[in-house]
Design a protein around this ligand. Structure first.
Ligand code: ACO
Length: 310
C-alpha cells in the first residue's frame, strides 16, 4: 500500500490587485516587481472572508474531487500563520463547518513549509494504520499581517488556500520520500513583529532559499534511487521566480515542467504549494504515473520536500 493524494482543491479570492495597483500604495513599479520576483498580480480576500473561510472552500473542493465524505476524515491538519484566532484553531473551525464529526483537528505552524509538514505528518498516521484519511490544508490571509509601508514585502504577498485529501493509494504510488528541516537560528530573518506585521530580511532569505530548494529537491530524488532527469513535474513554493528557476535549472528540467502560479497569485505562504498542486491537476499538467516533487521553505527557518508518484 502507498500513501498519496486522493483529491485536491483550492480557493482564490476574487479581488485582483495588479502591480500598477501596488504603485498607488507604495513607491514601486511594475518593472521592478516583475523582474525581481516574477509577480504580475495577486489576490486579496474581501474583508468578510477570513483564513478559515478560504480553508473551508478549498477543503470542500478537495473532498469532492476525492469522492470522500467529511465524516470519513480522521484528522484535519491546517497549515497557516494567519489563523482567524490563535484558538480555536482553523482546523477546528472547518471541522465543524464541514461536518467532519469524527476528525481530530489541529493547526500547524511551519510558515511557508507548513503544507509539507502537514502532508508528511498525515503520511505517518496512515502508515501506522492509526488513521485512513487525513485532510491537509494550507491557507493564508497574508493581507492581515502585511506592512503596507514596506515596499520590500507588501508587493510580494497574496491570499488564498489549497487542500488535499491524503489516503491509501496503490503500491508504488504516492509519497516515495521526504525531507523536513528547520534552523531556528535563522528565525530573525523572517518573522511577525509586535505590530503583527511580516518582517523579512529579503537578501538573507533569498540566499537561504536559493541553496535549500535545489538541495532538498535533489535529496528526495536521490533517496529513492532516481536521478534528476526522472522528475516529470516540480511544484516549488512560489516565493520568487528566480529562486524557483534556480531549483528547476539544478534539476535540468524545462520551464513547462514547473508550476508557476506566482505570476498571478504572488507568494501565499503555506497555501502556495497546495494551490499550485490543485491548479496543476485541474489544468492536466500532472499525468498518471508522473514523478513529481513538492518543495518549500519559509519562516522558522523551515524547509521540506516530497517526492511523489502520481
Ligand atoms: N519596488 C522598488 N524598489 C524596491 C522594492 C519595490 N517593491 N523593494 C525593494 N526595493 C529597492 C530596495 O530599496 C533596494 O534599493 P537600494 O539599493 O537603493 O537600497 C533595491 O530595490 C534592491 O533591494 P534588495 O532587497 O537588494 O532587492 P533583491 O534583489 O534582493 O530583491 C526580494 C528583493 C524580491 C525581496 C528578494 O530578496 C527575495 O525574493 N527574497 C526572498 C523572499 C522570499 O523568498 N520570501 C519567502 C518567505 S516570505 C513568505 O513566504 C511569506
Amino acid at each position: 500500500m502507498g500513501v498519496g493524494v486522493l483529491g485536491t482543491g483550492h480557493y482564490l479570492p476574487t479581488k485582483v490587485i495588479t502591480n500598477k495597483d501596488m504603485e498607488k500604495i507604495v513607491d514601486t513599479n511594475d518593472e521592478w516587481i516583475r523582474t525581481r520576483t516574477g509577480i504580475e498580480e495577486r489576490r486579496f480576500a474581501e474583508d468578510d472572508i477570513n483564513t478559515s473561510d478560504m480553508a473551508f472552500y478549498a477543503a470542500e473542493e478537495a473532498l469532492k474531487e476525492a469522492d470522500v465524505k467529511a465524516e470519513e476524515i480522521d484528522l484535519i491538519l491546517v497549515a497557516t500563520v494567519t489563523p482567524d484566532t490563535p484558538f480555536p484553531s482553523v482546523a477546528c473551525m472547518i471541522q465543524d463547518r464541514l461536518g467532519a464529526s469524527k476528525a481530530a483537528a489541529m493547526d500547524i505552524s511551519a510558515a511557508c513549509s507548513g503544507f509539507m509538514y502537514g502532508i508528511v505528518t498525515a503520511k505517518q498516521f496512515i502508515d501506522t494504520k492509526a488513521y485512513k484519511k487525513v485532510l491537509v490544508v494550507g491557507t493564508e490571509k497574508l493581507s492581515k499581517i502585511t506592512n503596507w509601508e514596506d515596499r520590500g514585502t507588501c508587493v510580494l504577498l497574496g491570499d488564498g488556500a489549497g487542500a488535499a485529501v491524503i489516503g491509501e493509494v496503490s503500491e508504488g504510488k504516492g509519497i516515495l520520500s521526504f525531507e523536513l528541516g528547520a534552523n531556528g537560528a535563522g528565525g530573525k530573518e523572517l518573522y511577525q513583529d509586535e505590530n503583527d506585521h511580516l518582517v523579512m530580511n529579503g537578501r538573507e532569505v533569498y540566499k537561504f532559499a536559493v541553496r535549500q530548494m535545489p538541495e532538498s529537491t535533489v535529496n528526495v530524488i536521490e533517496k529513492i534511487g532516481f536521478s534528476r532527469e526522472d522528475v516529470d513535474y516540480l511544484i516549488p513554493h512560489q516565493a520568487n521566480i528566480r529562486i524557483m528557476n534556480a531549483a528547476r535549472e539544478r534539476l535540468g528540467i524545462s520551464e513547462d515542467k514547473m508550476a508557476t502560479t506566482i505570476k498571478k497569485y504572488g507568494n501565499n505562504s503555506s497555501a502556495s504549494i497546495p494551490m499550485a498542486l490543485s491548479e496543476s491537476v485541474k489544468d492536466g499538467k500532472i499525468k498518471d504515473n508522473d514523478l513529481i516533487v513538492l518543495v518549500g521553505f519559509g519562516g522558522g527557518l523551515t524547509w521540506g520536500a516530497i517526492a511523489m508518484r502520481w
